[in-house]
Design a protein around this ligand. Structure first.
Ligand code: OAD
Length: 271
């Protein structure tokens, strides 16, 4: 079933209300729930996603020059400057109503596991705990040579023109170049994060897939793993994706529109 959530004057129309009621019912009946978020989750906080439209990061920048270990080895100053710019953008961003709704949902559900592909900290800043970061964390800096954790340097002010090149800080232990704590193309996911995500997929009854194109594996395999183990899959995304065909319900709405409709507060009259 496909339920369209076109916005009306109030932002809530009959279709969105029907989708919300259905998903709320599934949430209430689920013993375990997995929420998988992607870059679309952060879009309404002003952080550009990777794909889809002219402003998407991979439409404007070449991932082969910026998001691989080879790129960092070849031109660390270019890669570090780009990540400084991204860190400054994330620092200036605020969680939106969808992030807060997920934190509230977890508060009312004993077994809700939030798994994100996002390297920002917006889920945590909205109050979510125990978030699994499949693709690492932007601010978890470490030495590229010895993996020692490194302190965050001063970030450029929001709105300041980004430097095109900036040498990365040096590791205090071994002098190696400091790198962002993200997973680059060609690198393995952090094993504990993947194990936790896969275990959640195997054991859940319901998956909410929010704001991911479903193109990057292995993260994109999680809904199918859950489905094979009997879970229902709900996609919340304004556009069709590689995962839509395997969803029980595609809710065509944004994260900030849809997720607040799933909380208890929204179910109460006047909420
Ligand atoms: P993508 O940028 O590939 O996809 C973003 C998805 O979010 C698209 O399907 C959009 O339709 C949807 N979207 C856009 N705005 C939205 C909104 N307001 N609410 C809900 N959905 C919205 O992002 P990911 O699937 O997360 O990896 O990308 C996966 C990985 O590819 C990223 O983690 C990153 C990237 O390369 C690494 O950097 C390792």
């Amino acid at each position: 079933m496909t339920i369209r959530g076109d916005s009306s004057a109030t932002g809530v129309n009959a279709d969105a209300t029907a989708a919300a009621a259905r998903v709320r019912g599934w949430l209430a009946g689920a013993r375990r729930c997995l929420v998988l978020t992607g870059a679309g989750m952060s879009a309404e906080s002003g952080i550009a996603p990777f794909r889809g439209g002219d402003q998407a990061l991979w439409a404007r920048f070449d991932p082969a020059r910026l998001a691989t270990p080879e790129a960092f080895a070849a031109d660390p100053d270019l890669v570090w400057a780009w990540y400084l710019w991204r860190m400054a953008g994330v620092r200036a961003a605020l969680p939106h109503a969808g992030h807060r709704a997920l934190a509230a949902l977890a508060g009312g559900h004993p077994h809700l596991q939030l798994v994100t592909q996002n390297v920002d900290d917006l889920h945590e800043r909205a109050g979510s705990a125990g978030v699994v970061h499949l693709h690492g964390e932007l601010f978890a800096l470490r030495c590229a040579a010895c993996a020692a954790p490194a302190a965050l340097p001063a970030l450029p002010a929001a709105g300041q023109a980004p430097a095109l090149r900036q040498p990365p800080p040096r590791c205090r232990r071994c002098g190696g170049a400091v790198r962002p704590g993200v997973v680059w193309f060609g690198e393995a996911l952090p094993a504990p994060a993947w194990q936790a995500a896969e275990a959640a997929a195997r054991s859940c009854d319901l998956v909410l897939v929010v704001g991911t194109s479903g193109l990057v594996h292995p993260a994109a395999a999680l809904p199918a793993i859950a489905r094979r183990h009997g879970a229902r899959v709900v996609e919340i995304n304004p556009s069709p994706t590689a995962l839509s065909g395997a969803a029980d319900l595609c809710w065509r709405a944004t994260a900030a529109q849809a997720l607040p409709l799933l909380t208890d507060a929204s179910a109460k009259p006047g909420g």
